[in-house]
Write a protein that binds this ligand. Sequence first.
Ligand code: SF4
Length: 248
Amino acid sequence: MLYWGVVKALYQVLCDDGVYPELIYRVATNGDLVNDDYVRFANSIPGWLTTISWHDGSISESQWPVLRRLDRCLITGLVTSRWRDEIPAMRDKYESLGLSLPVQLWPVHLVGQCSEEDKLTAKSVDDALAYIQSLVANPQDRFSAVLRKSIIVHASRRGRERPDCGDDSVITVDLHGREYLCQHNPLPETLSSHRLMSRAENIRTGCRECVAWDHCGGGCFLTSNRKAECRFYRGYVQLGRSLNETAS
Ligand code: SF4
């Protein structure tokens, strides 16, 4: 892991300050540079979750045995307007590697650094959700089965008190030690706390009644394509709930 020394030092600072074990940790990585030292460390700390961003690169086959040794690890994939190519490709690769790690899909949050080609539309959201539903309704492979499970688990979430991104309950620290309130848009110029907090206030009033609130917590609010991304979240959660009802 490229900045592994920074991650370890930061963890020690948080321990020394008494923050751990109150908080949980999540390390988001493309997985390429995770090594045995990191795996030992991550496995030794309860609540330490590693999320592997499938969409951030092509993980070499030789790297997967290392990643499989992580006790708490989640693979995340983005749903973009190119989902027709991307999700089946992810599924095929997952199957060919014989993986069984949990999988979660998220809508791409369109921010400054994203390509317009990724931009979701209402139609691409509906089509992508229909495809995901066709996979998970009667799973025919391991990828679809783990995806089904994770959708159900996420849709079952209840009782969110605060938005993930909109207040100081979550702090993201990048590899240079800079602190942000949200990892979704880590550009300093967009992160004036005044702007962020005033938008967060809007979320509290605008999102509370949303079917996806417990799942999303207003997490789409930094995007420039919120309408379509909210549509995805709502459909995703509704799908999870209907799967849950069918199963019970
Ligand atoms: S899906 Fe959209 S409306 Fe619903 S909680 Fe998330 S950001 Fe708010």
